[in-house]
Design a protein around this ligand. Structure first.
Ligand code: MN
Length: 374
C-alpha cells in the first residue's frame, strides 16, 4: 500500500537494497495510521510476518490517536503472526518489528516493538522517539557500548522483542503533541544502520516534500551500501490538534489528597490512610493472584529455567517461584531466543512454560535437524 503521488503531506517507500534477495519489510500509509514492519525469519517467513502484522494493524487500528488502543492493535497483530506460523501461512520462528503512529492534527500516538524507529524533526532538530528493543541498544543504555560501536557490532541486528513468539509481548506506547511544520519519520533499520542521525536530519530538513524525503532516504541508504531492506514513511504535521484544548491532566493523587478544611480534617486524614492501606492490600493481593497464574522461562547460569510468577518484584516483594531448571544450554539456541531469555519470556501459566522449554530442547538436540525447503 502506498501514498498517491501529488502534494500529499505524507509518503512511504520501500526498497530491497543492494544485498538482500527479497524484501521482508512492509509498510502502510493510510491516514491517520502509518506503520513500518521489518520481518524476520528469512524467505517465506519474514515477508509473511510483516504483511500479516500490517494488515492486522490496519483492521484493528483505533479511530483516534490513542496510544493504548493502538497498542492493543499491535497486540492483535502479534496474535495474528503467532497464529499464522501455526496455521502454515508463514513458517515457525517468523517474526516482525512494528513501529506505528496515529496522527490526529498535531497529536501523535506511537506503538512500537523491535528496532524499527520513529523520529520527529521539530524546529530543524531530529529526536528519536522510540527506544530500540535490541541487544546493542541494551548495551548502549548500560554503557558497555557506544552509539558508534553499536552501528558496526556483529550482533546489531539481534532484537530482544518482536511480534510472533510471545503471546504476552509488551508494546511500548506513548503520545506526544508535535507542532505544525514538524516532520514524523518511521523507518526500518535498513535506513538507520546505513545513515547516521545527522544525515537523516539533513534530508528531513531539506527535502521539499515527504515524497522527496522518502526517495532521498532510499538513494542515500543504497549509496552507503544498501545492506538491508530500506523502508521509510514521512508525515508532515499540519493544522491544529483537536485535543490542544485538553491540558495535560494534573496528578490525580495530588488533587484528591488535599485534606478537607475545618473539623472534618483529621477524620478525613485517617479515612485517607485507611483507604490507602486497603488499596495497597487489594493491589498486592490481585498482583499475587495474577502472578500465581503466570509463568516465564529465563536464562539462569547458562541454562533454561522455568518459574511460576512474573519477573521482578511488586511493592518490593518478589512474585516468582522456581518450578524447574532444565539442562538446555541457552548458548546453543538461536540468538534472538537467547537474547530474549536474558530478561525472561512470559507465558500464561506453568504448562505453556514447560512446553516452551520442551521446544527449546528440540532446538538443541542434534537428532532434530530443521529440514530445508526444496
Ligand atoms: Mn531490517
Amino acid at each position: 500500500m502506498s501514498a498517491r503521488k501529488g502534494a500529499l503531506p505524507y509518503a512511504g517507500a520501500s526498497d530491497i537494497g543492494l544485498v538482500r534477495s527479497g524484501n521482508e519489510d512492509f509498510y502502510v500509509v493510510n491516514p491517520p495510521l502509518f506503520a513500518v514492519a521489518d520481518g524476520l525469519g528469512g524467505h517465506q517467513a519474514g515477508e509473511v510476518a510483516s504483511q500479516i502484522a500490517i494488515e492486522t494493524l490496519l483492521g484493528n487500528a483505533p479511530k483516534r490517536a490513542d496510544a493504548k488502543a493502538l497498542g492493543r492493535a499491535v497486540r492483535a497483530a502479534n496474535a495474528a503472526v503467532i497464529e499464522g506460523a501455526q496455521t502454515g501461512l508463514g513458517r515457525a520462528g517468523m517474526g516482525t518489528t512494528v513501529t506505528s503512529a496515529m496522527v490526529e492534527g498535531t497529536h501523535i500516538a506511537i506503538a512500537h516493538v523491535g528496532d524499527s524507529r520513529a523520529y520527529l524533526l521539530h524546529l530543524g532538530e531530529l529526536t528519536q522517539l522510540t527506544q530500540d528493543h535490541s541487544m546493542v541498544a541494551d548495551m548502549v543504555r548500560s554503557g558497555t557500548l557506544t552509539e558508534e560501536e553499536s552501528r558496526v557490532h556483529p550482533n546489531r541486528s539481534v532484537i530482544t522483542r518482536a511480534l510472533g513468539s510471545d503471546p504476552n509481548m509488551l508494546v511500548d506506547g506513548f503520545e506526544l503533541d508535535a507542532a505544525p511544520g514538524d516532520r514524523l519519520l518511521l523507518c526500518s533499520d535498513g535506513l538507520t544502520s546505513m545513515l547516521e542521525d545527522r544525515d537523516i536530519e539533513t534530508i528531513l530538513q531539506t527535502a521539499p516534500s515527504p515524497a522527496a524525503a522518502v526517495a532521498r532516504f532510499i538513494v542515500a541508504a543504497n549509496e552507503a551500501g544498501g545492506q538491508d531492506n530500506i523502508t521509510t514513511v514521512v508525515v508532515d504535521i499540519e493544522g491544529s490538534s483537536p485535543v490542544t484544548a485538553a491540558r495535560p491532566t494534573a496528578n490525580p493523587a495530588a488533587e484528591t489528597a488535599v485534606p478537607h478544611e475545618g473539623s472534618g480534617r483529621w477524620i478525613g486524614r485517617v479515612a485517607w490512610v485507611l483507604v490507602a492501606m486497603a488499596i495497597v492490600a487489594a493491589a498486592w493481593y490481585s498482583a499475587y493472584a495474577y502472578a500465581r497464574s503466570q509463568a516465564y522461562v529465563v536464562e539462569e547460569s547458562g541454562v533454561v529455567a522455568i518459574y511460576r510468577g512474573v519477573p521482578g518484584s511488586f511493592l518490593g516483594i518478589s512474585m516468582h517461584w522456581l518450578e524447574a531448571v532444565t539442562d538446555v544450554p541457552v548458548a546453543e539456541l538461536d540468538p534472538i531466543t537467547a537474547a530474549r531469555l536474558k530478561s525472561g519470556i512470559r507465558v500464561d501459566g506453568v504448562a505453556p512454560a514447560f512446553s516452551l522449554a520442551a521446544g527449546y530442547r528440540q532446538q538443541v538436540e542434534p537428532s532434530v535437524e530443521p529440514t530445508t525447503a526444496p
